[in-house]
Design a protein around this ligand. Structure first.
Ligand code: AMP
Ligand code: GLY
Length: 384
């Protein structure tokens, strides 16, 4: 049955009718829309932050101000609310210019402009309504150089449990070319985010965030996804997501050894201190198979035969599929996330692509280089 997540009353009625004990809110829009608050008020346990705490994802300016107050390492910034103000502020930065629409923009609200002219054009676009209300404010940031990695932590507002690392591949084409997407593949854990760096991320970024939100009367409950830049000075926060990412979630779930529902319920009930989370030491890697046209308009209805893709222990997560007359067809941009584990990124990558190659999806495509940077580092280490 299809439920409209913007109709909070309908979601509550469904939970009461079907005895739903726990709701896990996956995407950002219903979190920012406060669905969790409505459900909690109706006595339903929820995994996911309140509307107030979800501002961590819903407003770039909110997060930057929190970082400034709590002394969390991140790029220097200014918040602007008019084109004139933003153009004047640009003079305080150097190229490349990083410009961000404040609100949710489906991953498309960030522009990195190489020249002042390009930056001014992008600002005119944003304040001209290219991102709707999300562009009513624009954050201008200092550019950070380094490798990107993501770090995850569960929190009930008080207790915090680290939940591993992942690296996404945002661009549509091999070698990080072409337009940005929601993510074309990922692997976990990320060796460049060493145990020592993870300890710094916890102490310098995650813990002060959780503490500050609690002190501000908006305790964060759910998963915190920290997008990080590993700079020469150490890890710095790029942005927060208020949820497991896609396809980061798939690689984390491949490694999870604990009972997810029990952990999420404990988190929802403020009992995270009573549970432990175990992730296997293996590497997981996922390759997204998208429909031709993505990230533009994807071709719908292409037939898919999974064959024996899962025979070798791989797992195929369905993201944008549907059944049409009993047959599996594409029904979205990112259609499948083909996932495998191994003792190294190299092994997990080989297994994931073997599974991809077992799938017959004529109108689909994928990147062939997910995890390749780490595979190259593994090869270099092998050679000593
Ligand atoms: P965001 O939506 O904030 O994660 O930004 C999208 C992407 O833009 C990030 O994954 C980075 O690749 C890039 N980016 C964002 N902010 C910065 C920054 N201050 N310096 C360099 N790159 C950035
Ligand atoms: N893959 C990035 C995200 O889900 O936001």
């Amino acid at each position: 049955m299809a439920l409209d997540a913007t109709d909070h009353g309908a979601v509550i009625a469904f939970c009461h009718e079907h005895g739903v004990d726990l709701v896990v809110i996956g995407p950002e829009a219903p979190l920012v829309d406060g669905l969790s608050d409505s459900l909690r008020a109706a006595g339903v346990a929820v995994f996911g932050p309140s509307q107030a705490a979800a501002q961590l994802e819903g407003s770039k300016g909110f997060t930057k101000d929190l970082c400034a107050r709590a002394d969390i390492p991140t790029a220097g910034y200014v918040r602007t609310s008019s084109l004139e103000e933003a153009r004047a502020a640009l003079t305080r930065f150097a190229a490349p210019y990083v410009l961000k629409a404040d609100g949710l923009a489906a991953g498309k609200g960030v522009v990195i402009a190489d020249t002042l002219e390009a930056a001014e054009l992008a600002l005119a676009d944003m304040f001209g309504g290219a991102f709707g209300a999300a562009g009513a404010q624009v954050v201008i940031e200092e550019f950070m150089a380094g490798e990107e990695a993501s770090f995850f932590a569960l929190t009930d507002g008080t207790h915090i449990i680290p939940f591993g690392s992942a690296q996404d591949h945002k661009r549509v084409g091999d070698g990080d070319t072409g337009p940005n997407t929601g993510g074309m593949g990922a692997y976990s854990p990320v060796p460049v985010l060493t145990a020592a760096l993870q300890a710094r991320v916890m102490a310098e970024i995650i813990e002060p965030t959780v503490r500050t939100l609690r002190e501000d009367g908006m305790p964060y409950s759910g998963v915190l996804y920290a997008g990080l830049m590993l700079t020469a000075e150490g890890p710095k926060l790029i942005e927060y997501n208020a949820r497991f990412g896609d396809p980061e979630c798939q690689v984390l779930m491949m490694r999870l050894e604990s009972d997810l529902a029990a952990v999420m319920l404990a988190c929802a009930e403020g009992r995270l201190g009573e549970v432990a989370v175990a992730l296997s030491d293996e590497t997981a890697l996922t390759v997204v198979m998208a429909a031709e046209g993505y990230p533009g308009t994807p071709e719908k209805g292409g037939t898919i035969a999974l064959g024996d893709a899962e025979a070798g222990g791989a797992k195929v997560f369905h993201a944008g599929t549907a059944l049409k007359d009993g047959a599996l067809v594409a029904n979205g941009g990112r259609v499948l996330a083909v996932s495998a584990t191994g003792a190294s990124v190299t092994e997990a990558q080989a297994r994931a692509y073997a599974a991809v190659d077992a799938i017959d999806f004529q109108s689909g495509f994928c990147r062939r280089d997910i995890g390749q940077k780490e595979v190259a580092r593994e090869a270099a280490r092998e050679r000593g």
